[in-house]
Design a protein around this ligand. Sequence first.
Ligand code: RIB
Length: 313
Amino acid sequence: MSKIVVVGSYVVDLTARTPHMPKPGETVLGGPFRMGPGGKGGNQAVAAARMGANVTMVTKVGKDLFGDDAIHNFKKEGIDSGFIYQVENESTGAALIAVDDSGENMIVVSLGACGTITEEEVLKAEAAFHEADIILVQLETSMDAISTTINLAQKLSKSVILNPAPYQEISDELLAKVNYITPNETEAGLLTGVEVTDEDSARKAAEILLEKGIDTVIITLGKQGCYLLQQGESAGKIISGYQVQAIDTTGAGDAFNGGFAHFIAEGEPVEIACRKANAVAALSVTKHGTAPAMPYVEELKGLVQLGTGPVVQ
Ligand code: RIB
């Protein structure tokens, strides 16, 4: 069984459907409201666990109802919650999410407790890092937690996947220690200064990231799939996504990252891991919500890649 440590955010998602995204100053009469577990770290942990990974989550929540719920939910998913810190002085974070009729989303995330994870709190999980096949981290927490995670992984010779979401500035020194980076088009643009609009611009952005010392760059391209370029390759490639009826695209990137981490930890070649992660992401957008929408491994079986037949065994 693959072993993964996820260091990152847990927040409560407060989601309203809306016929269209409000303009500044506009109030829109929305549709149904939903509340559920979220945060990029938590979502990725659930995605990996539902694929069959043994996951340890490192995060922080408040001593409040939302915090109690978080621990309950992680335990229900079979995720090791021994490093989920519950503190008095911060409240559990929350994300305000609007999802329009096409399934697109806009998010404001207020990190609360998970934005204050300290170096010491990450280091306490060193034994779990030791046993892990892969370490997965995002940019949705404190830079202290992010840098400690990457440095500890490097010290223990563990591979790190950095999902640079949401974008925040990160030093080239840290990027050089990352093995896999998985920005979406927007994040790739912010990291490199190259506006990613097509395969050619994805290649240019990916080359800049490789020059920083990262081994493998995967730029996620929404329903188109992802663009993969690795050190030593002269050409990258687009790995096609799956065509599905999207209900809610929130958390699709998290589904990709959790799935990708699991398949890489299982020893799959990068291209196959990308293909399967595309399938995890596609299935996630066919349901409402984020963590609750992550598919189970059985759902992957039989999903067919358009044009080329079944690729997920
Ligand atoms: O990637 C989706 C997630 O981003 C949501 O669950 C929300 O919590 C925000 O953090």
